[in-house]
Design a protein around this ligand. Sequence first.
Ligand SMILES: [Zn+2]
Length: 288
Amino acid sequence: MKLTVLGNWGACPQAGEATAGLLLNVEDRIFLLDCGSGVLAQSGKFCSLGDFEAVFLTHYHHDHCADIGCLQYGSKFAQIYGMRREPLPIYAHDRSPRFADMTYGSFTFGYAVGPDTSVERAGLRVSFAETVHEQYNLAMRFEYGMTSLVYTGDMGPRSNIDDFCAGVDLLVCECCFLESEADETLGHMSTRDVGLLARRAGVRRLMLTHFPHGAEGMLWENDPERTRELRGRMAEEVRGYYDGPVLLAEIGKSIAMDNGQWTMDKADILQPVDQWTMETEKRGCSTE
Ligand SMILES: [Zn+2]
């Protein structure tokens, strides 16, 4: 299993970047998890339009599915020009009228999923759990061999997914607020909420994503320095509640996991995250 970050912003992308999107490689198959704004442009750096085995959507907020329409056009071209033969499967819940849009001619096909269903494709097993969010959202657990991964999509702290996340090799969790700005009515997680979830569930590693565009009354647009500083603070706050390795999702960076073993190139995933984060990871690995 190899996970590549295509997008890490909540709400909207900043210059040249993308909102929610992850690429999951399992052997020679490529799965797309969420397809937010800018994700398709990022995916083109790693694979072709005809390469996707399937798409999994957590919910229908724009920052998680804005590029679905363009992906459908791309899938059409992929079929017309012989890059794929079958419709691209899009797995998503059907609690919204938007589900009907997931089927587009013979090019993409929507399959309804939910907490009572599971999917198995090419040896990858996928299960789902509802979270508490402004809109119905499905957290997703991916298992292949001995390796497991949960991607939360969007959720608030009242979500009951501790058992669903229990013991996973990697929890990719949304993180929208500093601890001082926690507001559970907004259906998003603060650093404290994320750290406590990771601790309760006993996850082996944690990756923060779905980052905010500012904090403490400030909005920062296209300001990499402040963005980096804020994310560093967020990771540090999470560390106050969770002892395992904490990573910050970086667009274009990858993690490989094989039967529970961490085989990523640390310099790759963590650069340009601060040195202290790298030290955190080393400490985490040394205890395994
Ligand atoms: Zn979102």
